[in-house]
Design a protein around this ligand. Structure first.
Ligand code: NAD
Length: 273
C-alpha cells in the first residue's frame, strides 16, 4: 500500500488512548495500515521494529503520523523485550492497546509438502516468533493496562484450512488463535479484550516469503464472496473497532476480514446451473 493510497476517515475515536504497534517493516505492512488509521483517530503510539536495518524505512513513516517513540525489539530475545517494555513504560506509564503484527517462518518451511519439509528447528522458530511472542507480549502489556485495554493479533485462514505452501505457518497461526482465547480468558477480568483479525492475503514482505504467495491473493479473490482483494482499509477499520471503545464486549474472537473468502465451500464459477 502506498502511504497515501487511501484516505483514512478522521475522527476522535482513539483520542486519549496510548498504545504499542509491533511489526511495521515498510509502507506495505499491515501494522502500518492499522497504525495510520489509529493515528487518524487521535491515538498516541510507540512502534517496535525488528533490528536497526529497518529503522531507515520505519522512522519516516512513524514521523509522518506523529509517532516519536521507536524501539528496536526482537521477540525472540528476552533482553530486547525487557528493554522495549521498560522504554514504553517510561514513555507512556500506562497503555490502552497493543497491535501484534509479527510473524516469521523460514522460506524452506513455506513450500511443497508439509510433512516432508517441516523441520524441528523451522517449526519451533515459526511457533516462537508467530505464536509464543503474542503470549509474551500480552503478559508484559497487561502490566501496563491497569484500566483495561485491547490487544489485537493478526492471523490467516491457513490456521483453519489447508492452504498450499502455508504449511508450518498455518500450524503456528492455529496456536496463535488458541492462545488468543486463553489470553482473553485470563485477562478478561482485568477489562482487557484480546482478539485476532484473520485477514485475506495481502501483498506484503511476509507474503513474498511464501512459495506462490501471489496465487494466494488471486485465488482468494476468485473464491471470495465479494470477488475482491482484501483491502487495507477493511483490516485497519476492523482494528480500529477492536482497539476503540466501539469494541466493548468483544473478546476471544477471530474475526475474518477477507471479502468472504473463509466461508466459501466451492467456487461459484465451478458450480453447475
Ligand atoms: P510484514 O513483513 O510487513 O510484517 C511482519 C513483521 O514481523 C515485520 O515487521 C517483521 O520485522 C516482524 N518480525 C519478524 N520476525 C520478528 C522478530 N523476531 N521480532 C520482532 N518482529 C519480527 O508482513 P505483514 O503481512 O504485514 O504481516 C503482519 C502480520 O499479518 C503477520 O502476523 C502475518 O502473518 C499476518 N497476516 C498477513 C497476511 C498477508 O497476506 N500479508 C494475511 C493475514 C495475516
Amino acid at each position: 500500500m502506498a502511504e497515501d493510497a487511501w484516505t483514512m476517515p478522521k475522527g476522535e475515536l482513539m483520542r486519549g488512548k496510548k498504545g504499542l504497534v509491533m511489526g511495521v517493516a515498510n509502507s506495505n505492512s499491515i501494522a502500518w495500515g492499522i497504525a495510520s488509521q489509529l493515528a487518524a483517530q487521535g491515538a498516541e503510539m510507540a512502534f517496535t521494529y525488528l533490528g536497526e536495518s529497518l529503522e531507515r524505512r520505519v522512522r519516516p513513516l512513524a514521523e509522518s503520523i506523529g509517532v516519536k517513540t521507536l524501539i528496536p525489539a526482537d521477540v525472540t530475545d528476552d533482553a530486547s523485550m525487557d528493554a522495549a517494555f521498560a522504554e514504553i513504560e517510561k514513555t507512556f506509564g500506562t497503555i490502552d492497546f497493543v497491535v501484534h503484527s509479527v510473524a516469521f517462518a523460514d522460506k524452506n518451511e513455506l513450500k511443497g509438502s508439509f510433512v516432508e519439509n517441516t523441520t524441528r528447528e523451522g517449526f519451533l522458530l515459526a511457533m516462537n516468533i508467530s505464536a509464543f511472542s503474542f503470549v509474551d507480549v500480552a503478559r508484559r502489556a497487561a502490566k501496563l493496562m491497569p484500566n483495561g485495554g485491547s490487544m489485537i493479533t493478526m492471523t490467516y485462514l491457513g490456521s483453519e484450512r489447508v492452504i498450499p505452501n502455508y504449511n508450518t505457518m498455518g500450524v503456528a497461526k492455529a496456536a496463535l488463535e488458541a492462545a488468543t482465547r486463553y489470553i482473553a480468558r485470563d485477562l478478561g477480568p482485568k477489562g482487557i479484550r484480546v482478539n485476532a483479525i484473520s485477514a485475506g492475503a495481502m501483498r506484503t514482505l511476509s507474503l513474498a516469503g511464501i512459495s506462490g504467495g501471489r496465487s494466494m491473493i488471486s485465488s482468494g479473490r476468485a473464491l471470495s464472496a465479494m470477488k475482491e482483494d482484501t483491502s487495507m482499509e477493511g483490516v485497519a477499520g476492523c482494528a480500529l473497532w477492536l482497539a476503540s471503545d466501539l469494541g466493548f464486549s468483544t473478546t476471544g474472537e477471530v474475526i475474518h476480514v477477507d471479502a468472504g473468502f473463509h466461508m466459501m465451500g466451492m467456487s461459484a464459477d465451478e458450480a453447475e446451473g
